[in-house]
Design a protein around this ligand. Sequence first.
Ligand code: THU
Length: 130
Amino acid sequence: MSRELFEAARAAMTKCHAPYSKFPVGAAILADDGNIYAGANIEVLSFPEGWCAETTAIGHMVMAGAKRIREVAVIAEKLELCPPCGGCRQRLAEFANADALIHLCDADGIRKTLRMDELLPHGFKTEVIG
Ligand code: THU
């Protein structure tokens, strides 16, 4: 399944819309329903309005009715490993338990795996979400 997740992230990366940064990123989520939801970064001429690959993948997962993230794979064409940005860490943490796995990939496969609580220690929490 890890290989499948990696392949989904790599395939998603080719769908990026990144004409400004020319920095393609792909992400794929293995959700609690057993399905994979993928996404790429999508940029906008008004630069701050673009969003990350992880965010696209989360949107796909939520709209399909899946609730929780079990694993995520992230890949960037031009970076050896692409750790999710700060905002995406908080978005992933919204849907991932502390022991969910975040796989950082290069062109050949998964190179490094972190738990959600390693990727985002001391993340923002309130009693509302426990
Ligand atoms: N990007 C992602 O898609 N995910 C990340 O975690 C970091 C950055 C995208 C945003 C932008 O389209 C491009 O990479 C360059 O910053």
